[in-house]
Design a protein around this ligand. Structure first.
Ligand SMILES: [Zn+2]
Length: 342
């Protein structure tokens, strides 16, 4: 089959490659991919900086949707031809945390495309527990986007952050795919949604999409501006995927007893916390990553109920996969990049 695969690290070694067709083992299915969607994660894998040893050629891509192609001997609940979206988080299913339903806390947690052959391919092999039916209003290309970022966003907001209807939320770095997913899932529930970005263009698009206020963190002090907007109160929850100074600004934006949920550290993996502020204001810093089966199915039910659609910025074909990845690497994007496979 054809796949956009690593044959070494760096852009020069990513190409449309011929790789062996996957076959389903016990408890597994092979999905014939109709569309894949890109995430920043694909660029980190591509760079080789993650220090994971891959067997080449290694197909990239975490997110995908398609139809069941074939199933392992012991898989009786899925039939070839069934449309599915893939949960790219693969867990062992046997450990204490998996059995407690906390699949993304599994010590052996892995992600398609990052650790395992990915979805930028004609077919991908996954455990049967990793495929889900998707809401009928979505095309395959749209369904493919409901992977890494929406699963992560759902868990951050509702499972880890316990967002309650009416609460005020600050989402940092609104240009990114995760922040956009956070915005779409939080907007119908939150009383107010504030966003930050360094790009006035992205801030304008966010207010057009329904953000209550948009703050340029390059030219404004986020904590001060949030205090001004909330009558000195602050927000109930900050969701952040940047870390570093963004996390610090987030903590300054919280009300007493508020919480920041963090699921990334693109702006810096260390931050100097003011512990006096932390305990005196009774703040919580909560980590989150990917999601459990329940997070995935609840996210898809919310998407179905609200008839949510992703913002798809551009669609490529599998043959143009390398170009799609290069486009992902450019800064002024707004929305998901989809790669149609068949
Ligand atoms: Zn496990």
């Amino acid at each position: 089959m054809k796949a956009i695969a690593l044959n070494g690290y760096g852009f020069d070694n990513v190409k449309l490659s011929e790789v062996e067709d996957p076959r389903p083992g016990a408890g597994e299915v092979v999905v014939r991919i109709k569309a894949a969607a890109l995430n920043r994660l694909d660029l980190w894998t591509l760079s080789g900086d993650l220090k994971i040893s891959h067997e080449f050629p290694h197909p990239l891509g975490a997110d995908g949707a398609g139809e069941i192609d074939s199933v392992g001997d012991d898989v009786s609940n899925l039939k070839p031809g069934t449309p599915v979206v893939i949960n790219p988080g693969i867990s062992c299913r046997g450990c204490e945390l998996c059995r407690a339903g906390e699949h993304s806390e599994c010590p052996r947690f892995r992600i398609l495309g990052e650790h395992l052959p990915g979805t930028l391919a004609e077919k991908v092999r996954v455990p049967a527990t990793n495929v889900f039916p998707f809401p009928g209003h979505l095309s395959y290309g749209e369904a493919a986007t409901f992977g890494v970022t929406y699963i992560t966003a759902y868990r951050m907001l509702f499972t880890r952050g316990r967002l309650r209807p009416g609460e005020w939320v600050l989402i940092t770095g609104i240009g990114g795919g995760l922040a956009q997913s956070l915005f779409q899932l939080a907007r119908p529930v939150a009383g107010r949604v504030y966003v930050t970005s360094s790009s006035d263009g992205k801030l304008k698009r966010a207010t057009d999409a329904g953000a209550d206020a948009a703050i340029n963190y390059r030219s404004e002090d986020v904590g001060k501006t949030i205090r001004g907007l909330t009558g000195k109160r602050g927000v109930d929850m900050v969701v952040d995927s940047a870390g570093g100074e963004s996390l610090i600004q987030g903590l300054r934006s919280l009300r007493k007893g508020g919480r920041v949920v963090i699921a990334g550290a693109t702006a810096g993996s260390t931050a100097k916390l003011d512990l006096d502020r932390l305990f005196w204001n009774q703040l919580q810093v909560i980590g989150s990553t990917m999601g459990s089966d329940a997070d995935v199915s609840d996210m898809l039910r919310l998407v179905g109920g609200m008839k949510l659609r992703p913002v798809v910025e551009r669609t490529f074909t599998l043959d143009q996969g390398v170009e799609a990845l290069r486009h992902l690497d450019s800064d002024e994007r707004f929305g998901k990049i989809v790669v149609e496979v068949l």
